[in-house]
Design a protein around this ligand. Structure first.
Ligand code: UDP
Length: 236
């Protein structure tokens, strides 16, 4: 039995670049697709939001003199590229799926509605939500909390390259220790960077717990769904 019935999985665009430093590492992409297929085979309903930081971030563009809204639109289009890549890899792995977009762009994907997404998942398709929220000045973390709440997911699984939430950044501070679980209030009080504040607040006020884990170790997604405590649960 899987620990959760319906999940919203957030994958960062940056992880998709693997060791390359830019774009899409096909090995990493296929590795993600196979992990998702394993969990799909357990009967879990899966919605996915994928970032675009491996291709473009609006804030970086704005820092270089670009119009912020146009830059964010470029970032949202980057999430579409990643979503199509993931869709293709999932199909190759034998996992039915559908891309839904927050900005109209048929035939690339269908325009998102909550009901289309739920129908797809109940019919055994993985639903991939692209373009984040569809609006500038947001992140795909906020897109994930929004979609997770809308599709009535039991949890948001935030797949990162770190295996949970630490007292400090473990890549910078070797004395940092990991939490098995932590409350939203403690995240605020300790000023921990799990997600941006908008995304965290959306989850807290709408009662969507977050599970942070390392998706870059093959098999970890399945371990989370089997109930193994390999990450950090953020709850009320
Ligand atoms: N973005 C946006 N609105 C959204 C989601 C994303 O404008 O609702 C843009 C924003 O420019 C962001 C980029 O898309 O920098 C890529 O998303 P993000 O930085 O969240 O990707 P990740 O860090 O997960 O790779």
């Amino acid at each position: 039995m899987a620990r959760f019935k319906r999940i919203l999985l957030k994958l960062s665009g940056e992880s998709l670049q693997g060791e390359q430093g830019y774009g899409i590492d096909v090995n990493r992409l296929n590795d993600y697709a196979r992990q998702i297929k394993e969990v799909h085979d357990m009967g879990v309903q899966i919605g996915i939001v994928i970032g675009g930081g491996n291709i473009f971030r609006g804030l970086k563009g704005a820092g270089e003199g670009m119009d912020r809204v146009k830059g964010d639109q470029m970032g949202m289009l980057a999430t579409v590229i990643n979503s199509l890549a993931l869709s293709s890899a999932l199909s190759t792995a034998g996992c039915p799926n559908r891309v839904l977009t927050a900005i109209r762009m048929e035939p690339i994907g269908e325009f998102f509605t909550k009901w289309k997404a739920i129908d797809a998942m109940e019919n055994g398709e993985v639903a991939i939500f692209s373009c984040g929220t569809g609006s500038p000045y947001f992140t795909t973390d906020t897109g994930s909390s929004l979609r997770g709440i809308e599709i009535e997911a039991d949890v948001m699984l935030k797949g990162t390259r770190v295996d949970g939430v630490y007292t400090a950044d473990p890549e910078k501070d070797p004395t940092a220790t990991k939490f098995e679980e932590i409350t939203f209030d403690e995240i605020y009080n300790r000023n921990l960077k799990v997600m941006d504040l908008t995304a965290t607040t959306m989850c807290k006020t709408n009662h969507l717990p977050i599970y942070v884990f390392n998706m870059d170790v093959y098999g970890n997604l399945k371990k989370v769904m089997e109930g193994q405590n390999i990450g950090t649960l953020v709850h009320e």
